[in-house]
Design a protein. Sequence first.
Length: 657
Amino acid sequence: MEKDKEISKKKLPEIRDLTTCEATAQMLEKARKDGYETAFDRAANMKACPIGADSACCKHCAMGPCRLNAKDPYGKVGVCGATIDTIMSRNFGRMVAAGSASHTDHGMAMLDLFREVVNGNIKDYSIKDVHKLESVAQSIGIETEGKSTKEIATELYTELERTYTQVDGEIPFAKRVPEKTLETWRKHGIVPRGAMREIMELMHRTHMGVDQDYSNIIKQISRAALADGWGGSMVATEISDILFGTPTPVSIEVNMGVLKENEVNIIIHGHEPNLFESMVESVREPSLIKAAKDAGAAGINLVGMCCSGLEAFVRHGIPHAGNFMSTEAIFVTGAVDAMTVDVQCIQQALAKVADCYGTPLFTTNPRCHIEGAEHIEFHEHDPKSCTDEIVIRAISRFKNRTAVIEIPKIKNIGVHGFSHEYINYMLGGTFRASYTPLNDNIINGRIRGVAGVVGCTNPRMKQDYVHVELVKELIKNDVLVIQTGCSQIALAKAGLTTPEAAHLAGPGLKEVCETVGMPPVLGIGACVDNSRILIMASEMVRTGGLGDSIADLPAAGAAPEWMSEKAIAIGQYFVASGFYTIFGVTFPIVEETKFHKLLFEGLEEQGMGKWGFAIDPYEMARLMIAHIDKKRKALGIDKARERTLVDMADRRTMDAA
Ligand code: SF4
Ligand code: MSK
């Protein structure tokens, strides 16, 4: 193993300050002993550039780069005269463009696959959820009565393609947006056209010498972000459900203890479900199971990580080994016989750590090659040629294992897979599936409000800590928590995604959870599935009693340990949709500037949501709860909540009266 020679010379932080995930901590300890440097160590030795962290620098042309000073934001302008508000809004816009492009490209890949399945050109996948196909079609005005599945699917494909390519007019899923929210968007001119056009225009406007008024740039930023949330991401979610099945809750094992020393361990990491679906077939192939046994293994153990894992574990009950900041550490177990990746959130460092521990790392998507990793391209017309080959290579690595194996003996159980459809059914039952019970419980105050806690982990934060403490604080205060992405795995490892975790909730939420048999923390999918939260919010508005627009709901969102540009795009589409959305770690805009004021106050004044920022989980919870209470008051349901707080002595007095 080629060691990071410099590692011993550097002063590294204590491992207990880097993560609350015990399995990851154990592996970080081993990595240091083995002489391998992880992202946690690299982050400690790579101080973030303060000008860059504030987005106060511009390198959009060769007259610069120009650096402005956050301490005196209006003291200087760029060589071209660009102000700090122009520079920051352009940088912010480009983050949104990149994040939106990632989700929408993923969604378009799913739609391409759907088209080929519908046209009969791909035989390895089929439409698994016809009911979902029909309900998605109906939601955008496609008549389904008397039509064959193929006819409906063809119409749906044709219609949804506009999500990407439509040059003018509103995207199809704008039909799902509550009327008053849509009116606000129309008033500000931010209803998205096709994502390709919106992202292209955002890149154009942020070029040197084009849009130089932050209050105009924000409109294009919102339009591109909404083209992601209500467009590209929503298509990705809906088509994945139609093709691979709509999730329903299943009990799943999480954490590194899901690796098995006596089996061939294969990990899938990334975001797109089709690779995983094919790998599920490959590991069940009798000839490959026999080959594994002939090599001395007890079987083949398929495991997910990050969002790929989230896509597959609810559809197949496949165990999940950890979130983003555990993807390097898992190689240190020595027990990974192959890792296969597709797109997004794949650290380049994986190639080196894989090499250190003698594990083959395979890239499979033409969009993502990694120097030092082997590329075996995944073709949807013949998916198993790729996944079978990877299984064969993993078996060979198992047979020739040389790395010392140390698997943390930590496994947790979580219940996940609460799609919008299931929540509807869970609360209302088969014959009266609806959000009425949720709205009623919010109105009567048993549930104070709803919070989406989502997003990444980041080596500049103690891994999982803010996610877990924030969620504990929210549920203790009767706030129902909805989760996606890596955050969900943090909570699963902390044991909060089981119905038994209801005892940690406040009395009102606990009562609802116990009645329904649900956890106080509902895991609903990968980071692209934040679109499910938008659908749920629309449904809550439509059900009635909680206002006319998403901005009226007693709800808030947070990405406490975010790191990716996708997170900024998600944050912006949440804000533009009407949510108060708080980010942790760092916020890439200088405080007390006009652009900061617009994001943190001005958008709310325009009828949308607003951004917030806090690093401390308790402060974050306080801000979110205060916002929820503000919305309850505006709805006139704050009194109802006070009623739930009467103690037993009061109750006895009332009963006696
Ligand atoms: Fe500097 Fe203006 Fe060029 Fe940006 S666009 S690098 S601010 S001169
Ligand atoms: S994988 S975007 S680290 S949630 Fe979707 Fe996790 Fe964030 Fe990537």
